[in-house]
Design a protein around this ligand. Structure first.
Ligand code: ARG
Length: 466
C-alpha cells in the first residue's frame, strides 16, 4: 500500500520492514493525545491563515468523528499505517477528502510524537498523584485508629523498641508523600509544549507556538526546536518516579508478606485479596503483596532500558526514540494497578493488635528505658546502668518472662542502686510514650504526624478536584 511518505520511493516496503518499523500496535494508546494535538494544530493553522474557517471546521469535525470511532472500538488500526499519527491523518483524508491533506502543514511527526507522548505522560502524572493520595488517605485512616496499639519496632528485623502501629503506617505514608512531591516537580519541569518545532529547526509558516501551548494546557512553549524533538527527559523523569513508587510499594509489600505469615500474624489479608494453592488445600497465599514486590523489577527495567536507548543518540529525532514508549506504557499501567490494589489490600486486612502486643513483650524492648531510668533517676553512670540492666534482663530470661512483666520488688532486689518506681518505666506503653520528641513514636507525636499528612492529602486532593 502507498505510504504517506512514499513519493520518492520506487519499491513498496517489504512486509518485514513494515512489521519491524511500525509502532501502531503500541502507540495507538496515544490516540486521544494525537487528536487533541491535531485539533490544536489545525486551530493554529487557521489563526495564521493557512486554513480557512470552513476548512478548519471540516478538519475538526473529521477528527472528532475519528475520536468517536476509536472510542467505540470500531476503528481498525492497520500495520501499514505505521504509527498513530499516520493512521489518524489518513483516516481523516479518507473521511473529509482533500482538505485532510492540509493538516500536516507546518508540522512533522517529530514534534507531533513529542507533544503526544508528553501530554500522555503529564496526564498520567496527575492520575498517579491522585492514586498515591488515595493510598495515603487509607493509611492515615488506619493509623488514626492505632496510635495506642503497641507493636515491636524493629531494626535488622530484630525486636528493638516498642512503637505503635499508627507510627509504623505513617513511616509508609511518608514515602508516598515524597512520591507525590516528586511527580509535582516532574510536572513543573516538563510542562512545556514542543509542538511547532517542526522536524528539528522550526517552520517557515510562523506557527503561533504560544497559542499551541495555551490551547494544549502547557505553561509555555519549549525554548529550542532541536531540543524539543530529541528530548525524552519527561519520560525518564516519569520512569524514575515510577521506579521509586514501585520500590516503596515493594517494601510495604514485603512487610505485608512477613506480617501475614504464621510467624508474625500481625495481619490477615482478606480472602478477596489472597489466593489459594492448587495442591495444598489449607494454604492462603499473599500473592497480592508478592506481585506488588515483583512489579518493581519491570519498572526499573524500563528506566534502564530508556536510559540505554537515549545514550549516544545524536541530537534531534532518531528512530531509536520510537523505543521510548512501550516501557513507559507498561510502567504506568503496572504502577497504577499496583497503587489501586495496595490500597484495597491494606484497607481490607484484619489487624491483630493483640498479637502485636504479645510480640512486643518478646525481647525486653524496654531495656533501654531501664538504663535511662538508672542514669536519670538513680544517678548511675551509663556504662554501669547498661550492666545493671543486663543483669535484670538475665534474671527475666531465666524466669522465662519479659522484663516488663517482672514485679517491682523482684527488680529492686537485683541491685541496690535501682530505685522505686522502676516498674512503671518498664511498661511498654510508657516506653513508647517516653519517645515524645518531634518525629517520635509517642501517641501524641504520632497524632501530630497524622495531622500533618492529613493536611497534605486534603490540600492536594482539593487542588486535583478543583
Ligand atoms: N512512530 C514514530 C515514533 O514513535 C513517530 C515519529 C516518526 N518520525 C520520523 N521522522 N520517522 O517515534
Amino acid at each position: 500500500m502507498a505510504k504517506l511518505w512514499g513519493g520518492r520511493f520506487e519499491l513498496e516496503s517489504s512486509s518485514l520492514l513494515e512489521e519491524f518499523n511500525a509502532s501502531i500496535l503500541f502507540d495507538k494508546i496515544l490516540w486521544r493525545e494525537d487528536i487533541q494535538g491535531s485539533k490544536a494544530h489545525a486551530q493554529m493553522l487557521e489563526k495564521i491563515g493557512v486554513l480557512s474557517k470552513d476548512e478548519l471546521a471540516q478538519i475538526l469535525q473529521g477528527l472528532e468523528s475519528i475520536a468517536q470511532e476509536i472510542e467505540s472500538g470500531d476503528f481498525s488500526f492497520k500495520i501499514s499505517d505505521e504509527d498513530i499519527h499516520m493512521a489518524i491523518e489518513s483516516a481523516l483524508t479518507k473521511r473529509i477528502g482533500e482538505v485532510g491533506k492540509k493538516l500536516h502543514t507546518a508540522r512533522s511527526r517529530n514534534d507531533q510524537v513529542a507533544v503526544d507522548f508528553r501530554l500522555f505522560v503529564l496526564r498520567n502524572n496527575k492520575e498517579i498523584q491522585t492514586l498515591l493520595l488515595d493510598l495515603m488517605q487509607t493509611l492515615l485512616d488506619i493509623a488514626q485508629e492505632h496510635t495506642q496499639s503497641i507493636m515491636p519496632g524493629m531494626t535488622h528485623l530484630q525486636h528493638a523498641q516498642p512503637i505503635n502501629f499508627g507510627f509504623h503506617l505513617i513511616a509508609w505514608a511518608c514515602n508516598f508523600k515524597r512520591d507525590v512531591e516528586r511527580l509535582e516537580d516532574d510536572y513543573k519541569r516538563n510542562n512545556f509544549c514542543p509542538l511547532g518545532s517542526g522536524a528539528l529547526a522550526g517552520t517557515p509558516y510562523g506557527n503561533d507556538r504560544e497559542f499551541l501551548a495555551q490551547t494544549l494546557g502547557f505553561a509555555k512553549p519549549t525554548l529550542n526546536a532541536m531540543d524539543s524533538v530529541s528530548d525524552r527527559d519527561f519520560a525518564l523523569d516519569m520512569l524514575y518516579s515510577l521506579s521509586m513508587i514501585a520500590m516503596h510499594l515493594s517494601r510495604v509489600a514485603e512487610e505485608l508478606v512477613l506480617w501475614s505469615s504464621a510467624e508474625f500474624k500481625f495481619v490477615s489479608l482478606s480472602d478477596a485479596y489472597a489466593t489459594g494453592s492448587s495442591i495444598m488445600p489449607q494454604k492462603k497465599n499473599p500473592d497480592v503483596p508478592e506481585l506488588l514486590r515483583g512489579k518493581s523489577g519491570r519498572v526499573y527495567g524500563s528506566l534502564i532500558g530508556l536510559l540505554s536507548v537515549m545514550k549516544g543518540l545524536p541530537f534531534a529525532y532518531n528512530k531509536d526514540t520510537q523505543e521510548d514508549k512501550e516501557g513507559v506504557f507498561d510502567a504506568i499501567k503496572n504502577v497504577k494497578i499496583s497503587l489501586r490494589i495496595a490500597k484495597e489490600c491494606i484497607q481490607t486486612m484484619t489487624i491483630h493488635t493483640e498479637n502485636m502486643a504479645k510480640m512486643a513483650k518478646c525481647g525486653h524492648l524496654s531495656a533501654t528505658d531501664l538504663a535511662d531510668f538508672l542514669v536519670r533517676e538513680c544517678g548511675v553512670a551509663f556504662r554501669d546502668a547498661h550492666h545493671i540492666t543486663g543483669q535484670v534482663v538475665a534474671y527475666a530470661e531465666h524466669k522465662g518472662v519479659d522484663i516488663s512483666e517482672l514485679a517491682e520488688s523482684e527488680i529492686l532486689s537485683i541491685d541496690s542502686r535501682i530505685k522505686a518506681g522502676v516498674k512503671a518505666v518498664l511498661a511498654l506503653e510508657s516506653s513508647m510514650n517516653a519517645r515524645d520528641t518531634l518525629g517520635g513514636t509517642s501517641s501524641k507525636q504520632t497524632q501530630i504526624q497524622i495531622n500533618e499528612l492529613m493536611g497534605f492529602v486534603a490540600q492536594r486532593l482539593k487542588e486535583c478536584n478543583g
